[in-house]
Design a protein around this ligand. Structure first.
Ligand code: B12
Length: 215
């Protein structure tokens, strides 16, 4: 009998609400030294995208979608102690979803990749009000602000956030990503200076490595 792929087994666990099974799958990958970005991209993200298709076709309920997200977030938190880098560098990033955006798993993964590289990471989660974000940036003085948008209709929130950040902190580097930008990233990056788009964790990691190499 053909063996089920890891992401399918993980998805089965999510749909069954079996947190223990999901956790065991991820822990065994970590034990086998699978890289975190491979676990995030090929197992967790792939399973969640398939879960989204099931929801779109009406095959699962919103409650199941909530349960799956809760399990994934618990697993990401469980992984945290294993990914934290012992060698720290003196760079800070603030990672947040845009105002009104409820999706926060992608930006948590982004925050974790910075963590692996030894950055000081401030992960604010979903739906951060722009005024609060500005006050927070003022306090922690980050090198980078990372913003995530999953729903295209939140593009105006993204743009107004970028504009407000640039008004207060003209030199700050902003990186943006998320499914809401699949067709419009160029419009945004060409409109605002010092604003970069990366589609996934591999491209993000290349960018972080380039920054490290250039000091
Ligand atoms: C889980 C989920 C939810 C959860 C979110 C819980 C949480 N804590 O985050 C809940 C149940 C709350 C939810 C709600 C809704 N959701 Co929803 N949801 C999903 C689902 C299944 C998974 C999302 C996810 O975590 N994906 C995995 C992550 C890892 O992927 P990602 O976000 O794309 O991130 C990757 C990259 O994009 C990138 N990235 C992301 N951000 C950033 C930022 C930077 C700086 C960088 C560099 C990279 C980067 O890195 C990540 C790794 O590669 C998706 C399906 C899907 N295709 O994703 C639907 C999906 C996103 N949801 C959708 C919709 C429509 C909704 C709702 C409007 C309706 C609903 N389902 O009830 C509401 C939103 C209500 C609101 N007020 O806005 C649609 C969006 C369609 C669209 N693009 O407009 C999707 C695609 C489902 C679908 N197939 O239609 N949802």
């Amino acid at each position: 009998m053909e063996q089920k792929s890891v992401h399918k087994r993980f998805l089965d666990g999510l749909l069954a609400g079996d947190r223990l099974a999901c956790s065991a799958i991820i822990n065994s990958l970590v034990k086998d030294k699978t890289r975190i970005n491979d676990i995030y991209e090929s197992v967790i993200k792939t399973a969640l995208y398939e879960l989204g298709e099931l929801w779109e076709r009406g095959e699962i309920s919103v409650a199941s979608e909530h349960m799956a997200s809760a399990i994934v977030e618990s697993i990401l938190n469980e992984l945290y102690s294993k990914i934290i880098s012992k060698s720290r560098i003196n760079n800070t990033v603030v990672a947040s979803s845009v105002e009104n955006e409820v999706h926060q798993i992608g930006i948590k993964m982004v925050a974790d990749i910075f963590e692996i590289h030894g950055w000081n990471v401030h992960f604010l989660g979903a739906n951060t009000p722009v005024n609060e974000l500005i006050k927070f940036i003022e306090i922690v003085n980050p090198k980078i602000v990372a913003l995530s948008i999953s729903i295209y209709f939140h593009i105006h929130s993204l743009e107004s956030m970028i504009e407000r950040i640039k008004t207060h902190f003209p030199d700050i580097l902003i990186i943006i990503g998320g499914q809401g930008l699949l067709h419009s990233q160029e419009d945004i990056t060409s409109k605002y200076p010092n604003t970069l788009y990366y589609p996934d964790l591999y491209k993000l990691e290349d960018f972080i490595s380039r920054l490290e190499n250039n000091g």
